[in-house]
Design a protein around this ligand. Structure first.
Ligand code: GDP
Length: 366
């Protein structure tokens, strides 16, 4: 499964945020596949569609889909030069699919900052520089392999790849993440094979204090982070890690009351989970019945048999067809019976591209 790594300078609130994540961790009884390592937190993806299914079907069991975060502590200046445990951290980041970079956006004279002042944009640049330097090494190594081939042979692929490498090198040399580049499909194909750190999608997590989080757009630090994020195709989530840690210890209804009293629409961690999920092009299909209502994660573009295979390999092997209706129709009509009456139940074959929010029932041979 895909995972988002949590990175950031020391003392910005990473551990606090990761504590909030592990406290919200799913119960192994419902999710036995989630083998839990100490630096991994598996959380439910909040989904109001599942809640609505429960209202309609009154199932015995309800299961949300999950998302995984990995705590990657201790990235410091000089990591790409092997400072501290630099290389170890960089290879841990390489194993992730997206990066959540926590940046400190609160003043508190009692909590020291490694750079002695609060400046989230500088902090981001410190980390991005390390990642960029590591990528530059990767790109230079690749150039050393491909350049001669591209020059001396008629190898078309080598020439194409060289074009991409010639764009990447100056970009990284200027200290800019590979995300900055707008690339066509072929170029993106090569890029993927390098697994560059700065090509991974990024979410900047602005960690505010309890007051600041009431009005993040009023915070100058957040504004600056947003400007930077816009330039490099990254996303921003604002939260107060300390508050999230408190919230994660509460029961769902207590949590709702707490948020309501503060006038906040949702918890920042929930927003982070949802953004990390969609940033990775993950979508959800649903299965619904009196026994169980459940959300399942699939990658955008997947077809019906592959989605069936997510539930069980036998479903894919013996796939005949899928009965499908959309959550929106169910929500509006209120029951499966009404869906059928209204002719909103479709039969789809093996080429059907499953859509986010599809309610699926698979027919298969055993
Ligand atoms: P890490 O080194 O990045 O893991 O940072 P920690 O999570 O250990 O946090 C560093 C310090 O900042 C601790 O004293 C936290 O209590 C404090 N802190 C973390 N998040 C918040 C927050 O949202 N608001 C405030 N006021 N303090 C925070």
């Amino acid at each position: 499964s895909l995972t988002a790594g949590i990175v950031g300078l020391p003392n910005v609130g990473k551990s606090t945020l990761f504590n909030a994540i592990t406290k919200s961790q799913v119960e192994a009884a419902n999710y036995p596949f989630a083998t839990i390592q100490p630096n991994v937190g598996v959380v439910e993806v909040p989904d109001s569609r599942v809640d609505r299914l429960v209202e309609i079907f009154h199932p015995k069991k309800t299961i949300y889909t999950t998302f995984e975060f990995t705590d990657i502590a201790g990235l410091v200046k000089g990591a790409s030069q092997g400072e501290g445990l630099g290389n170890q951290f960089l290879s841990n980041i390489r194993l992730t699919d997206a990066i959540c970079q926590v940046v400190r956006c609160f003043d508190d004279p009692n909590i020291t900052h490694v750079e002695n002042s609060i400046d989230p944009v500088r902090d981001i640049e410190i980390i991005n520089l390390e990642l960029t330097l590591a990528d530059l090494q990767t790109v230079e190594n690749r150039i050393a392999k491909v350049e001669r081939k591209a020059k001396t042979t008629s190898d078309k692929e080598a020439k194409q790849e060289m074009e991409l490498l010639k764009k990447l090198k100056p970009c990284l040399e200027e200290g800019k993440p590979a995300r900055y580049l707008e690339l066509d499909e072929e170029e993106r194909f090569f890029l993927k094979t390098y697994n560059l750190l700065t090509a991974k999608p990024v979410i900047y997590v602005c960690n505010l204090d309890e007051e600041g989080v009431m009005d993040p757009s009023g915070c100058e630090y957040v504004q600056k982070v947003k400007e930077l994020a816009d330039r490099e195709n990254a996303q921003v989530v604002c939260l107060c890690a300390k508050m999230e840690e408190e919230l994660s210890g509460l029961e769902p209804d207590e949590k709702e009351i707490f948020l309501e009293e503060l006038g906040l629409p949702s918890s920042g961690l929930d927003t982070l989970i949802q953004k990390a999920y969609s940033t990775l092009n993950l979508c959800t299909f649903l299965t619904a019945g009196e026994d169980e209502c459940r959300a399942w994660t699939f990658k955008k573009g997947m077809k019906a048999p592959d989605c069936a295979g997510i539930i069980h390999t036998d479903f894919k092997k013996g796939f005949i067809r899928a009965e499908v209706y959309s959550f929106e129709d169910l929500d509006a009509l209120g029951s499966e019976h009404a869906i059928k009456e209204a002719g909103k139940l479709r039969l789809e074959g093996k080429d059907y591209v499953v859509q986010d929010g599809d309610v699926m029932h698979f027919r298969f041979n055993v």
